[in-house]
Design a protein around this ligand. Structure first.
Ligand code: CUA
Length: 180
């Protein structure tokens, strides 16, 4: 018993409507998440030459760690390298927006700060940037979470969150964990 052409067309139209509705709902959720909840894929596309990043510019050793810019913005710069983070400990103030900027001179590393929403890959050739606010004080572990070689499991650093009144940058705006 063959379907009549009319029935086939109706069936196809019904499926077109179902699929269109699904696509529209999915797009609406995506737009809602992006615009209202600010959930976006990493979009900070910023290149840096992994071969020379230690020689000049932002990621030279003397510029690493936490620094308060002239406008009050707190920026922490870290180099992820086989098999350590430089510096091994960084200090940040509680309850204030902090920008983490990371770069790698060798292979892909990953960084996360335990108990927070900080979690990003560090890919050679690009600067990884995360904005966050740390809500409680204390030392947080910051391990590498991307297998990067034989020393991967030893690759970790600490992030120290201190109350605002104990966060005292020096005259150049720099703050460090101090002698260990
Ligand atoms: Cu660096 Cu694993």
């Amino acid at each position: 018993m063959a379907m009549r052409e009319h029935d086939v067309a109706r069936s196809e139209l019904r499926w077109t409507a179902v699929v269109s509705a699904f696509v529209i709902v999915t797009m609406a959720f995506t737009l809602f998440a992006a615009l209202a909840l600010h959930r976006n894929p990493p979009s900070n596309l910023e290149r840096i030459d992994p071969k020379t990043l230690h020689l000049s510019g932002e990621f030279t050793e003397s510029n690493l760690g936490t620094r308060v810019e002239a406008n009050g913005q707190v920026t922490t710069r870290i180099v992820a390298t086989q098999f350590t983070f430089v510096p091994r400990c960084v200090v940040v103030p509680e309850g204030q927006e902090v920008t983490l900027r990371l770069a790698s001179p060798d292979v892909i590393h990953g960084i996360l700060v335990t108990g927070t929403n900080v979690n990003t890959m560090v890919v050679p050739g690009y600067v990884s940037q995360v904005h966050t606010v740390f809500r409680s004080t204390g030392d947080l572990l910051m391990p590498c979470h991307e297998f990067c070689g034989l020393g991967h499991s030893q690759m970790l650093a600490r992030l120290r969150v201190v109350p605002r009144e104990q966060f005292r940058p020096d005259a150049q705006g720099r703050a460090s964990c101090g002698p260990e």
